[in-house]
Design a protein around this ligand. Structure first.
Ligand SMILES: [Zn+2]
Ligand SMILES: [Zn+2]
Length: 87
């Protein structure tokens, strides 16, 4: 059964698909697919994490879409974006 989930702290609502759907407690965005969730948390040299903004135009061009309260996109290899963001 796929149900709607709401995070009380921010009021966001999304469709939860088992453990494929992840809601970030820092930026309060919801991601479909564990690879996408990991991608949005950019690890800094000092060990802290910065949340990437998936609404940036360069990501939209890659197929990221906001649908039913979640960010989703193609199943990328993890490093596809890391290289572009760093350059
Ligand atoms: Zn986040
Ligand atoms: Zn939240």
């Amino acid at each position: 059964v796929t149900g709607l989930t709401t995070h009380g702290a921010c009021g966001a609502t999304w469709k939860q698909h088992g453990n494929r759907t992840g809601h970030c407690g820092v930026c309060h965005r919801t991601f479909e697919g564990s690879g996408l969730f990991d991608w949005h948390q950019e690890l800094q040299a000092d060990g802290s994490v910065i949340c990437r903004d998936p609404s940036r135009p360069e990501f939209a061009k890659k197929g990221l879409r906001f649908l039913d309260g979640t960010w989703r996109g193609p199943e990328w290899a993890r490093n596809v974006f890391a290289e572009e963001v760093a350059s």
